[in-house]
Design a protein around this ligand. Structure first.
Ligand SMILES: [Zn+2]
Length: 302
């Protein structure tokens, strides 16, 4: 069985009309899995809210408290892009806990997939771009608390640069950050990851895969991580409303399959999150995010 991590509160957030954030995609994705033959091949795990001390191991304590208790200045909330609400805090804490649980289950089963996560624009003392707490960073730090985990690699294939993660671990030799992203897209300022693969707008499926295959095997061989945390954002898709690449659905599958197979070949467990993906019709995202599930089932013979 392929472990999937999900909580019904992920989509429980009321947003203003025409808000960009595809809040319903989590529920729609879960329902698509639950009501198909995939349901026989997966196990569903429900996370708890993240431990505040784990969040404060990554984020500034005052920032965390200001966010939790609705004391953050309006300008800082605007940079995040959500109006504050109890629901927002609840889903954020659950989603942060979810990526941590994904790490735990990946270490146990070799692979686990979080049907949320990828909030890579959250920095030490501020959030941005729909990201409050950096679940990838919190989970990576959590992973290092296991005695047999000395090095974690975060492979961030969301179309947007993983700026928060890059900055948080700029001086941490045990957490390697690798971002594959569009060179001219949000965020405008892209601080250095350990390795950045910046691709131009309109990059095709073939060019994307060629570029990835030119870097990843060397990186895995060089760093030999004990765990990969993989952000499988689908906003690299050709019809994404916030991405500028020209990558097909089949290309998404090939990317996910390649990264999971490379990791499996080297016995590196993978904790994957679904990451970004933006369409006015949230249902259009379901089939795209399912590619990660299909790839994981094949690579892990589930
Ligand atoms: Zn993105």
């Amino acid at each position: 069985m392929l472990p999937l991590i999900y909580h019904s509160q992920y989509s429980a957030l009321t947003l203003p009309d025409k808000h960009r954030y595809p809040i319903n995609k989590y529920r729609l994705l879960f329902e698509a899995i639950f009501h198909s033959e995939l349901s026989n091949k997966v196990s569903i795990h429900q996370p708890n809210r993240a431990d505040i001390t784990k969040i404060k191991a990554i984020h500034d304590s005052e920032y965390v408290d200001d966010l939790l208790f609705n004391r953050l200045p309006a300008a800082k909330m605007r940079r995040i892009g959500f109006p504050w609400s109890d629901e927002l805090i609840n889903r954020t804490l659950l989603s942060t806990g979810g990526t941590q649980l994904t790490v735990d289950l990946a270490l146990e089963h070799g692979i686990a997939i979080h049907l949320s996560g990828g909030y890579h624009h959250a920095h030490h003392d501020f959030g941005s771009g729909f990201c409050l707490f950096n679940d990838l960073a919190i989970a990576a730090k959590h992973a290092l608390s296991f005695s047999h985990i000395d090095k974690v690699m975060i492979i961030d294939c969301d179309v947007h640069h993983g700026d928060g993660t890059a900055t948080l671990f700029a001086d941490d030799p045990n957490i390697i950050t690798f971002s594959v992203h569009c060179d001219k897209n949000f965020p405008a300022r892209k601080p250095d990851s350990d390795v950045d693969l910046a691709l131009e707008r309109n990059t095709s499926t073939d060019d994307y895969l060629t570029a990835l295959k030119g870097v990843l095997p060397l990186l895995l061989a060089q760093h030999r991580p004990d765990l990969v945390i993989y952000d499988a954002g689908v906003d690299i898709h050709q019809h994404d409303e916030l991405g500028y690449f020209d990558i097909s659905k089949q290309g998404l599958y090939q990317r996910d399959h390649y990264i999971l197979a490379q990791s499996k070949a080297q016995n590196i467990p993978v904790a994957a999150v679904i990451g970004g993906g933006y369409r006015t019709n949230h249902q259009d995202l379901v089939e795209l995010h399912l590619q990660l599930i299909y790839a994981a089932l094949l690579v892990h013979n589930k």
